[in-house]
Design a binder for this molecule. Structure first.
Ligand code: SF4
Length: 142
């Protein structure tokens, strides 16, 4: 879930993610792996397997695991050098996919929250996420 969520939020190519899972897991059989990755994890099957993307910000990771305890990022922060990148990546994903997802009733609350945010905050989130994604593209440390 953690790798799949990050891959989807970062906008990685779902086919490349599928190929990566096949390559790194010796026990990955394509007939099981492919629908789980393309469908459930990356929401790249047109919604056949899931009624909404399995997208999560840092808060969900913190609630479901203890990973954040030793992380150099602060899961409670949204922007800044030590802010958890998943927080802005989540909103960036929601924003950039609005044309496809905003009418999904299971995301109504999410889009209502996004639309309630003031423009300055949205701008800050977009910039922060794009700066993080740009570093990833350049292979720079994040
Ligand atoms: S604070 Fe660290 S471990 Fe927690 S969700 Fe963010 S990046 Fe992941």
């Amino acid at each position: 879930m953690v790798v799949g969520n990050f891959s989807m939020l970062a906008g990685l190519d779902p086919h490349a993610v599928h190929q990566w899972y096949l390559a790194v897991y010796a026990d990955a059989f394509e007939w099981v792996e492919l629908p789980n990755v393309i469908g459930m994890s990356q929401f790249a099957d047109g919604g056949l397997m899931s009624s909404k993307p399995y997208a999560a910000s840092g808060a969900y990771i913190a609630r479901m695991s203890n990973y954040c305890d030793g992380c150099r990022y602060d899961v409670a922060k949204k922007v800044g050098a030590d802010a958890c990148p998943l927080n802005v990546l989540y909103w960036h994903f929601i924003d950039r996919n609005a044309a496809k997802l905003a009418k999904n009733h299971r995301l109504a609350q999410t889009y209502a929250t996004w639309h309630r945010m003031d423009d300055g905050k949205k701008h800050e989130y977009r910039n922060s996420a794009e700066s993080f994604l740009d570093k990833l593209d350049r292979g720079a440390p994040v």
